[in-house]
Design a protein. Structure first.
Length: 182
């Protein structure tokens, strides 16, 4: 698996040896960032259910200032930190091992700033994308925040959820991406 754009384009990431962690395929990651407009200059990014860290690292490669990675898996924590270290990005990131979405409340007590970009990429078909969207702390959101939720294409996420409004949905086989903003 490679970074698809930015200063680290072409760099390989360490990937899981088991199916426990499902990284977003490179072509879908590239399409996602094409929709976002490629650049993430100065962004603060929240990568929920971070897995390998590929989305957050892709954002750093494209100019993000800082990424907070959150996952409940020790394997994910080791993989993300290994990828960040390999690419010299440890000072631009922090990893929190938290069960999601319940860990969002505690996370909101640790960080009081808004995020420009939030990725929600949980295991498919468990209802976690919807539950996470429902429990996103309002203090994480600004009028410019974009929230990207990934779920199986058989699932339908709502057009409106709390103060978030769907502005785009794209499907790639069994993967669907929902793009929300205030």
């Amino acid at each position: 698996m490679k970074i698809t754009g930015g200063s680290l384009k072409g760099q390989r990431l360490f990937t899981p040896s088991s199916k426990e962690i499902r990284p977003l395929r490179s072509r879908i990651r590239k399409a996602l960032f094409d929709i976002l407009g490629q650049k993430c200059t100065g962004f603060k990014v929240l990568d929920l259910f971070s897995g390998t860290g590929a989305l957050g690292i892709e954002a750093l490669s494209r100019g993000a200032e800082f990424v907070i990675f959150v996952d409940s898996s020790e394997k994910s924590k080791r993989l993300v930190l290994k990828n960040l270290e390999k690419l010299g990005l440890l000072e631009k990131a922090r990893f929190y091992k938290k069960k999601l979405p319940s860990g969002l409340k505690e996370l909101s007590g640790l960080h009081s700033y808004t995020f420009d970009l939030i990725f929600i990429t949980p295991p498919y078909l468990k209802g976690l994308a919807l539950k996470t969207l429902e429990t996103l702390p309002p203090l994480f959101l600004s009028p410019e925040t974009v929230v990207v939720a990934e779920e199986h294409s058989r699932v339908e996420l709502p057009e409106m959820i709390n103060q978030l409004k769907l502005f785009k949905k794209k499907e790639y086989g069994e993967t669907a991406l929902w793009f929300y903003s205030l």
